[in-house]
Design a protein around this ligand. Structure first.
Ligand SMILES: [Zn+2]
Length: 451
């Protein structure tokens, strides 16, 4: 007798098969089209928040290298979102690095660099501050062109409106750094201003750029914070550049103060995220978090940032997050640059990347392209986690391993390729600069950029 399945089993099997096929199709579509799954809906008044944590080095972030519980909120966002963990900044100074993020070009291409003739921003009356000129197309301009309300709250004097960084923004709030003590700009003020923008523009597509300075040296801010990592009495040491005679005790205390500032910043991000979650039922939310460069703790004989292009200063990250895990995606460990952030952000909000932007969406296929990083007197080309750093004055090249490099030496072909790339780089490209307001000079002094 021929066996026949009972009807309910047939139905059960059919439903199961459909479910399995549906699941496979969904998984395939998810894998093939993360853009579709992760993208915000332009009809739901997207709120895009772009956070830059100044001077945050990658290896002090939980899940990206820190052995300490420095960033519980960033760790949560990393788990629920998409992380580019092989990302490098294009400079170790704020102005050129932030400009590269917003225009998606290396510094020589956008012209925001220190004047090579003066090398540093001094108080001799001749030095000029770097300026982002109107000829550059910024992410804020692109989104404003798509009818976004664009607002920024920044706490770094290098990013003043007079230096061109406000272009494309409808509202640009500068948090002063000198009122509450030496070099201190409290990120709590940034959150207050951010709340106002979120509340007052709930019915408009919005870009909100927030630039926090609480991790930045001179770490004086940490003196007002709970002691979590600082243990016992100690002294914070800081400067930008070579640092001799720093005791191991002072260095350890300084790093502890840095981590206390980071833990505080992380709590501000947590507060911001709770606010974003509270509006997520009414509108689509995308949060992007990165840093403009790291900070040195004597790895190459110095402190602070802005004088070298070594890993501790260039290695950063980007976290893309949406509420309810909507941007969850496997971590991207490939080498990438912060010029890739704007194209990825535009990809996630469904806007075509303008031709002027040199970066690529991280949701696309692997590029394997070299990363260019620059200071006025130094240029670096990095590929496959190996870099060649060129000192333009000394005419010397140095081969440097970045995190992820194989233990063996790089191939001679790779070094030759990176060297010839540096040869081809136009180091005489236009440097745009302007004389700053004396008040700004005071703020830059407070941050240790000027003696
Ligand atoms: Zn910076």
């Amino acid at each position: 007798m021929r066996y026949t399945w009972p009807r309910f089993l047939k139905t059960f099997a059919a439903v199961g098969a459909v479910a399995v096929i549906g699941l496979v199709v969904f998984e395939l579509a998810s894998a093939l089209e993360p853009r579709i799954r992760m993208r915000v809906d332009a009809q739901r008044n997207p709120l895009v928040v772009f956070v830059v944590i100044d001077a945050l080095r990658r290896d002090h972030v939980e899940t990206l290298g820190s052995q300490r519980a420095t960033t519980p909120d960033l760790a949560r966002l990393a788990k629920e979102g998409f992380v580019a963990s092989g990302m490098l900044a294009h400079s170790s100074q704020t102005a050129p690095s932030v400009a590269s993020m917003f225009v998606s070009k290396a510094p020589h291409a956008h012209g925001v660099q220190f004047d090579p003739r003066t090398k540093r921003f001094g108080n001799n009356g001749k030095s000029k501050a770097p300026v982002l000129t109107k000829s550059n197309l910024t992410l804020a301009e692109v989104l404003r062109g798509e009818e976004y309300f664009t607002a920024a709250v920044v706490a770094n004097p290098w990013l003043r409106e007079e230096f061109g960084f406000a272009q494309g923004f409808d509202q640009y709030v500068e948090i002063p750094c000198h009122k509450h003590g030496r070099g201190v700009c409290d990120g709590a003020r940034i959150n207050e201003e951010a709340s106002k923008v979120i509340r007052n523009h709930a019915a408009e597509k919005t870009l909100l750029y927030l630039h926090y300075l609480d991790v930045h040296n001179p770490y004086a801010h940490a003196g007002k914070l709970p002691r979590v990592f600082r243990d016992g009495p100690g002294r914070v040491v800081y400067r930008n550049g070579k640092a001799k005679g720093v005791s191991s005790k002072d260095l350890a205390y300084t790093i502890d103060a840095y981590d206390d500032g980071l833990l505080y910043t992380d709590s501000l991000i947590g507060q911001l995220v709770r606010e974003l979650e509270s509006v997520a039922a009414e509108r689509d939310v995308l949060l992007v978090i990165t840093s403009d460069h790291g900070d040195e703790f004597l790895e190459h004989g110095g402190l602070g940032h802005g004088s070298t292009l070594y890993p501790e200063l260039l290695e950063t990250f980007a976290i893309f997050w949406r509420p309810d895990g909507r941007a969850r995606h496997p971590r991207d460990e490939r080498l990438s640059g912060t010029i890739d952030i704007a194209p990825t952000l535009l990809d996630l909000v469904g806007i075509r990347k303008p031709r002027e932007m040199a970066g690529r969406s991280l949701l696309g296929s692997s590029s394997g392209r070299p990363i260019i990083a620059e200071l006025a007197g130094q240029k670096a080309a990095i590929k496959e986690y190996w870099g060649v750093i060129r000192d333009l004055d000394a005419r010397q090249d140095e081969v440097v391993a970045y995190s992820g490099a194989a233990e063996s030496e790089p191939s001679a072909e790779l070094v030759a390729e990176l060297s010839s790339l540096l040869d081809a780089l136009d180091v005489r490209a236009t440097v745009n600069s302007a004389a700053p307001d004396p008040k700004v000079v005071q703020q830059l002094k407070a941050l240790g950029y000027i003696e």
